[in-house]
Design a protein around this ligand. Structure first.
Ligand SMILES: NC(=O)C1=CN([C@@H]2O[C@H](COP(=O)(O)OP(=O)(O)OC[C@H]3O[C@@H](n4cnc5c(N)ncnc54)[C@H](OP(=O)(O)O)[C@@H]3O)[C@@H](O)[C@H]2O)C=CC1
Ligand SMILES: CC(=O)N[C@@H](CCC(=O)OP(=O)(O)O)C(=O)O
Length: 345
């Protein structure tokens, strides 16, 4: 059994890790931390887990965490990087759902996250946890940086086009829409029901923290610099991300059968589903599932290809992808514990 610790078990990604891991056949949850809820039973705070878990929350303690095989950090940025050196030295593997190790350029990270990085020397050792891109490196990773929720949808949507060199790399556009759980569980006036319901807005238009992460990933795929306009939006739904991606086709792109390109690219991927031509994905189809559904269209047979991509921000955008990576890291079937279809209605 894989002995698992979770730091940040009271947040939305933390409780999603719990929901999925309690029925994972190869996992024993050993430790779940929360500073605010230390001492309280997990199923008292989350009655949905009654009968599934007997543990209580405890304060984070690196020595106790180091007794686990793997520790998930479902914490804000600037938390994992304080513990990672100790855990790695003890031989404990780390899956970090936060942004601490996602960006290779430490100065760029410090600029966007407004912090000094606590262990810049370890950033180069971190493997970016997008299995569709880095599967082989993930298998041997000691330190895994899980992608952000928007970056997962945007990279999966653009990847087949960039990998095959079918679009202009300097004029990419991503309009992405998130449900409110993307902002986490902490109390904020902006996230009150009365503020977000029956409304829709763009935010961080001048620059979102996920922009450098997405640009880094897309440049790796394209094999050279790219330029992206990324506009996130908030929609009155609990879970889900819908990304609408635009790219200008080059000569090779105009000549290609793009539906065939996408289907071939993702044919062997268990968690990326290319819809048949003419269908468009909906967030409701992937609620609770580790699936990213994609569709592509060239409106009016002109030069712009439009890709629409959906995922559950808490599953393929966070906890599900983290478990997919853990499965790879421990030599298990990649789909173990995360193969459930979406919840409907
Ligand atoms: N929500 C989403 O859709 C996604 C989130 N992420 C990333 O995952 C991480 C967690 O997000 P989310 O679950 O939404 O966050 P939440 O705000 O919902 O939860 C944060 C958790 O971290 C704990 N925590 C906060 N500060 C510390 C600290 N200094 N030391 C130890 N524990 C701490 C909190 O518990 P306590 O304070 O009691 O210790 C709480 O359990 C973030 O980095 C986020 O950016 C990534 C992809 C998607
Ligand atoms: C709706 C909403 O507020 N979403 C969050 C997503 C942030 C996130 O999860 O980002 P990191 O993992 O990089 O911290 C936001 O836009 O800030």
């Amino acid at each position: 059994m894989i002995k698992v610790g979770i730091v940040g078990g009271t947040g939305y990604t933390g409780v999603e890790l719990l929901r999925l891991l309690v029925s994972h056949p190869k996992v024993e949850i050993a430790l779940i931390t929360s500073r605010a809820e230390s001492g309280r039973r997990v199923d008292d705070l989350f009655p949905s887990l009654r009968g599934h878990i007997e543990l209580g929350f405890s304060d984070p303690d690196d020595a106790e965490l180091a007794a686990c095989d793997v520790v998930f950090f479902a914490t804000p940025h600037n938390v994992a990087m304080r513990s990672v050196p100790t855990l790695l030295a003890a031989g404990t593997r780390v899956v970090d759902l936060s942004a601490d190790f996602r960006i290779r350029d430490v100065k760029l990270w410090e600029h966007w996250y407004n912090e000094t990085h606590a262990c810049p020397e370890l950033i180069a050792d971190a493997v970016y946890g997008l299995p569709e891109r880095n599967r082989e490196q993930i298998r041997t990773a000691q330190l895994l940086a899980c992608p952000g929720c928007y970056p997962t949808a945007v990279q999966l949507g653009f990847m087949p086009l960039l990998a095959a060199g079918l679009v202009n790399t300097q004029s990419l556009i991503a309009n992405a829409v998130s449900g409110v759980s993307g902002a986490g569980r902490q109390a904020k006036i902006d996230n009150l029901l009365t503020e977000v319901s029956d409304s829709f807005k763009a935010y961080a238009v001048s620059g979102h923290r996920h922009l450098p992460e997405i640009e880094q990933g897309l440049a790796d795929i394209a094999g050279g610099p790219i330029s992206l306009t990324f506009v996130p939006h908030l929609a009155p739904m609990i879970r889900g991300i819908h990304a609408t991606l635009y790219a200008t086709l080059n000569d090779a792109g105009r000549a290609a059968n793009l539906q065939t390109v996408f289907e071939a690219f993702y044919r062997d991927e268990p968690f990326v589903d290319v819809l048949p031509s003419g269908q468009y994905p909906q967030t409701r189809s992937v609620r609770g599932a580790n699936t990213c559904q994609l569709a592509l269209t060239v409106p009016g047979s002109r030069d712009t290809v439009v890709v629409t991509a959906v995922e559950d921000n808490l599953v393929k955008g966070a906890a599900g992808q983290a478990i997919q990576c853990m499965n790879l890291m421990f030599g298990e079937d990649e789909s173990l514990g995360i193969a459930q279809p979406g919840l409907l209605p």
